[in-house]
Design a protein around this ligand. Structure first.
Ligand SMILES: C[S@@+](CC[C@H](N)C(=O)[O-])C[C@H]1O[C@@H](n2cnc3c(N)ncnc32)[C@H](O)[C@@H]1O
Length: 193
Protein backbone atom coordinates (compact mmCIF):
# COMPACT_ATOMS: atom_id res chain seq x y z
CA UNK A 1 0.00 0.00 0.00
CA UNK A 2 1.47 3.41 -0.83
CA UNK A 3 2.10 5.61 2.18
CA UNK A 4 -0.39 8.30 1.11
CA UNK A 5 -3.25 5.82 0.87
CA UNK A 6 -2.19 4.01 4.03
CA UNK A 7 -2.64 7.26 5.97
CA UNK A 8 -6.29 7.38 4.90
CA UNK A 9 -6.75 3.66 5.51
CA UNK A 10 -5.41 4.00 9.06
CA UNK A 11 -4.28 7.53 9.98
CA UNK A 12 -1.37 7.57 12.40
CA UNK A 13 1.25 9.89 13.88
CA UNK A 14 1.47 13.62 13.21
CA UNK A 15 0.50 13.21 9.53
CA UNK A 16 -2.51 11.04 10.42
CA UNK A 17 -3.70 13.48 13.08
CA UNK A 18 -3.43 16.35 10.60
CA UNK A 19 -5.37 14.30 7.99
CA UNK A 20 -8.09 13.62 10.56
CA UNK A 21 -8.59 17.37 10.92
CA UNK A 22 -8.51 17.91 7.16
CA UNK A 23 -11.14 15.17 6.56
CA UNK A 24 -13.38 16.69 9.23
CA UNK A 25 -13.72 19.66 6.85
CA UNK A 26 -13.31 18.07 3.41
CA UNK A 27 -15.89 15.34 4.11
CA UNK A 28 -18.47 17.70 5.60
CA UNK A 29 -20.93 17.43 2.68
CA UNK A 30 -20.91 13.66 3.03
CA UNK A 31 -21.38 13.95 6.80
CA UNK A 32 -24.39 16.23 6.25
CA UNK A 33 -25.88 13.88 3.65
CA UNK A 34 -25.51 10.88 5.95
CA UNK A 35 -27.15 12.81 8.78
CA UNK A 36 -30.06 13.81 6.52
CA UNK A 37 -30.58 10.15 5.52
CA UNK A 38 -30.43 9.12 9.17
CA UNK A 39 -33.37 11.35 9.87
CA UNK A 40 -33.71 10.78 13.63
CA UNK A 41 -32.44 9.38 16.85
CA UNK A 42 -31.95 5.77 17.89
CA UNK A 43 -28.87 3.66 18.36
CA UNK A 44 -26.32 4.58 15.71
CA UNK A 45 -22.92 3.01 15.03
CA UNK A 46 -20.32 4.75 12.89
CA UNK A 47 -17.66 2.56 11.28
CA UNK A 48 -14.38 4.43 10.75
CA UNK A 49 -15.23 7.60 12.71
CA UNK A 50 -11.84 9.26 12.05
CA UNK A 51 -11.77 12.65 13.80
CA UNK A 52 -15.31 12.14 15.15
CA UNK A 53 -16.68 15.07 13.13
CA UNK A 54 -19.71 13.17 11.82
CA UNK A 55 -20.76 11.88 15.25
CA UNK A 56 -20.24 15.42 16.59
CA UNK A 57 -22.67 16.78 13.98
CA UNK A 58 -25.24 14.04 14.67
CA UNK A 59 -25.08 14.48 18.45
CA UNK A 60 -25.85 18.19 18.08
CA UNK A 61 -28.76 17.64 15.69
CA UNK A 62 -30.18 14.59 17.50
CA UNK A 63 -29.28 14.91 21.19
CA UNK A 64 -31.44 11.86 21.98
CA UNK A 65 -29.44 9.52 19.77
CA UNK A 66 -27.23 6.91 21.39
CA UNK A 67 -23.98 7.10 19.47
CA UNK A 68 -21.25 4.49 19.11
CA UNK A 69 -18.17 4.37 16.93
CA UNK A 70 -15.40 1.97 15.97
CA UNK A 71 -12.11 2.64 14.23
CA UNK A 72 -8.80 0.79 13.87
CA UNK A 73 -6.60 3.87 14.42
CA UNK A 74 -5.46 4.68 17.95
CA UNK A 75 -4.64 8.26 16.92
CA UNK A 76 -8.17 8.74 15.55
CA UNK A 77 -9.62 7.30 18.74
CA UNK A 78 -7.72 9.91 20.80
CA UNK A 79 -8.72 12.73 18.42
CA UNK A 80 -12.41 11.71 18.36
CA UNK A 81 -12.58 11.21 22.13
CA UNK A 82 -11.27 14.76 22.61
CA UNK A 83 -13.94 16.08 20.26
CA UNK A 84 -16.87 14.05 21.59
CA UNK A 85 -16.25 13.47 25.29
CA UNK A 86 -19.11 11.42 26.74
CA UNK A 87 -21.44 12.05 23.77
CA UNK A 88 -20.40 8.79 22.06
CA UNK A 89 -18.99 5.44 23.09
CA UNK A 90 -15.93 4.87 20.96
CA UNK A 91 -13.70 1.85 20.69
CA UNK A 92 -10.75 0.44 18.76
CA UNK A 93 -12.25 -2.34 16.70
CA UNK A 94 -12.15 -3.75 13.17
CA UNK A 95 -15.54 -3.73 11.44
CA UNK A 96 -14.94 -7.27 10.15
CA UNK A 97 -15.44 -8.59 13.65
CA UNK A 98 -17.08 -6.37 16.23
CA UNK A 99 -17.85 -6.93 19.88
CA UNK A 100 -21.50 -5.89 19.72
CA UNK A 101 -24.43 -8.16 20.49
CA UNK A 102 -26.94 -9.14 17.79
CA UNK A 103 -29.50 -6.42 16.93
CA UNK A 104 -27.67 -3.65 18.81
CA UNK A 105 -28.23 -0.80 16.32
CA UNK A 106 -31.03 0.94 14.46
CA UNK A 107 -28.57 2.37 11.95
CA UNK A 108 -24.96 1.81 10.89
CA UNK A 109 -23.21 4.61 9.03
CA UNK A 110 -19.83 4.91 7.37
CA UNK A 111 -18.22 7.71 5.38
CA UNK A 112 -15.14 7.48 3.18
CA UNK A 113 -14.24 4.04 4.47
CA UNK A 114 -15.82 1.14 2.51
CA UNK A 115 -12.98 0.97 -0.06
CA UNK A 116 -10.61 -0.02 2.76
CA UNK A 117 -12.65 -3.13 3.65
CA UNK A 118 -10.66 -6.19 2.60
CA UNK A 119 -13.65 -8.52 2.83
CA UNK A 120 -16.79 -6.45 2.22
CA UNK A 121 -19.18 -9.40 2.42
CA UNK A 122 -17.81 -10.29 5.84
CA UNK A 123 -18.27 -6.65 6.96
CA UNK A 124 -21.79 -6.48 5.52
CA UNK A 125 -22.72 -9.75 7.23
CA UNK A 126 -21.40 -8.35 10.51
CA UNK A 127 -23.44 -5.16 9.96
CA UNK A 128 -26.48 -7.37 9.35
CA UNK A 129 -25.87 -9.29 12.55
CA UNK A 130 -25.52 -6.22 14.80
CA UNK A 131 -28.46 -4.33 13.21
CA UNK A 132 -32.10 -4.69 14.10
CA UNK A 133 -34.31 -6.25 11.39
CA UNK A 134 -35.10 -3.47 8.88
CA UNK A 135 -32.29 -1.34 10.31
CA UNK A 136 -30.48 1.09 8.01
CA UNK A 137 -27.02 1.11 6.49
CA UNK A 138 -25.92 4.52 5.19
CA UNK A 139 -22.67 4.72 3.22
CA UNK A 140 -21.09 7.84 1.79
CA UNK A 141 -18.08 7.81 -0.46
CA UNK A 142 -15.92 9.89 -2.76
CA UNK A 143 -15.99 8.24 -6.19
CA UNK A 144 -12.83 9.86 -7.57
CA UNK A 145 -10.75 9.04 -4.54
CA UNK A 146 -12.31 5.55 -4.26
CA UNK A 147 -11.17 4.73 -7.79
CA UNK A 148 -7.55 5.50 -6.91
CA UNK A 149 -7.77 3.45 -3.70
CA UNK A 150 -9.18 0.58 -5.76
CA UNK A 151 -6.29 0.84 -8.26
CA UNK A 152 -3.80 0.69 -5.41
CA UNK A 153 -5.44 -1.89 -3.12
CA UNK A 154 -7.72 -3.86 -5.45
CA UNK A 155 -10.60 -3.62 -2.97
CA UNK A 156 -14.20 -4.23 -4.04
CA UNK A 157 -16.50 -1.37 -2.96
CA UNK A 158 -15.28 1.67 -4.92
CA UNK A 159 -17.96 2.75 -7.43
CA UNK A 160 -21.75 3.08 -7.67
CA UNK A 161 -22.00 -0.26 -9.46
CA UNK A 162 -19.67 -2.16 -7.15
CA UNK A 163 -21.30 -0.75 -4.00
CA UNK A 164 -24.76 -1.50 -5.34
CA UNK A 165 -23.71 -5.07 -6.21
CA UNK A 166 -22.11 -5.65 -2.81
CA UNK A 167 -25.16 -4.39 -0.87
CA UNK A 168 -27.53 -6.46 -2.98
CA UNK A 169 -25.36 -9.58 -2.64
CA UNK A 170 -25.55 -9.10 1.14
CA UNK A 171 -29.37 -9.08 0.88
CA UNK A 172 -29.81 -5.35 1.54
CA UNK A 173 -32.40 -3.25 -0.27
CA UNK A 174 -31.10 0.07 -1.58
CA UNK A 175 -33.75 2.73 -0.96
CA UNK A 176 -31.83 5.78 -2.14
CA UNK A 177 -28.61 6.68 -3.92
CA UNK A 178 -27.77 10.31 -4.47
CA UNK A 179 -25.04 12.88 -4.99
CA UNK A 180 -23.91 15.05 -2.12
CA UNK A 181 -20.99 17.02 -3.56
CA UNK A 182 -18.43 16.82 -6.34
CA UNK A 183 -17.99 13.10 -6.99
CA UNK A 184 -19.46 12.35 -3.56
CA UNK A 185 -22.34 9.93 -3.15
CA UNK A 186 -24.55 8.55 -0.41
CA UNK A 187 -26.29 5.16 -0.41
CA UNK A 188 -29.04 4.22 2.00
CA UNK A 189 -30.13 0.59 2.37
CA UNK A 190 -32.53 -1.41 4.49
CA UNK A 191 -31.03 -4.43 6.19
CA UNK A 192 -33.18 -7.51 5.53
CA UNK A 193 -33.06 -10.41 7.93
C1 LIG B 1 -10.52 8.07 5.05
S1 LIG B 1 -10.81 7.95 6.80
C2 LIG B 1 -12.45 8.68 6.98
C3 LIG B 1 -12.69 9.15 8.39
C4 LIG B 1 -14.10 9.71 8.69
N1 LIG B 1 -15.15 8.75 8.39
C5 LIG B 1 -14.37 11.02 7.99
O1 LIG B 1 -15.31 11.09 7.18
O2 LIG B 1 -13.65 12.01 8.25
C6 LIG B 1 -11.11 6.20 7.00
C7 LIG B 1 -11.25 5.80 8.47
O3 LIG B 1 -11.71 4.43 8.54
C8 LIG B 1 -10.92 3.72 9.49
N2 LIG B 1 -10.93 2.30 9.10
C9 LIG B 1 -10.32 1.74 8.02
N3 LIG B 1 -10.53 0.42 7.97
C10 LIG B 1 -11.32 0.13 9.05
C11 LIG B 1 -11.87 -1.09 9.56
N4 LIG B 1 -11.63 -2.27 8.96
N5 LIG B 1 -12.63 -1.04 10.69
C12 LIG B 1 -12.86 0.15 11.31
N6 LIG B 1 -12.33 1.33 10.88
C13 LIG B 1 -11.58 1.33 9.76
C14 LIG B 1 -9.54 4.40 9.41
O4 LIG B 1 -8.74 4.17 10.54
C15 LIG B 1 -9.93 5.87 9.23
O5 LIG B 1 -10.12 6.54 10.46
Amino acid sequence: MNSFISQFARPEGAVGRMLGKVMAVSNRKMHRAVMAELGGAGRVLEIGFGSGAQLDMISKRYPGAKLYGIDISEDMLVQAEKRLGARAQLSLCDCEKTVFADSSFDAVISTDTCYFWNEPQRVLAEIGRISVPSGRLILAYNAMYAASVHRSLGTDMYSDDSIRAALEKAGMEIISAGKCGFEQRVFSAVIKK
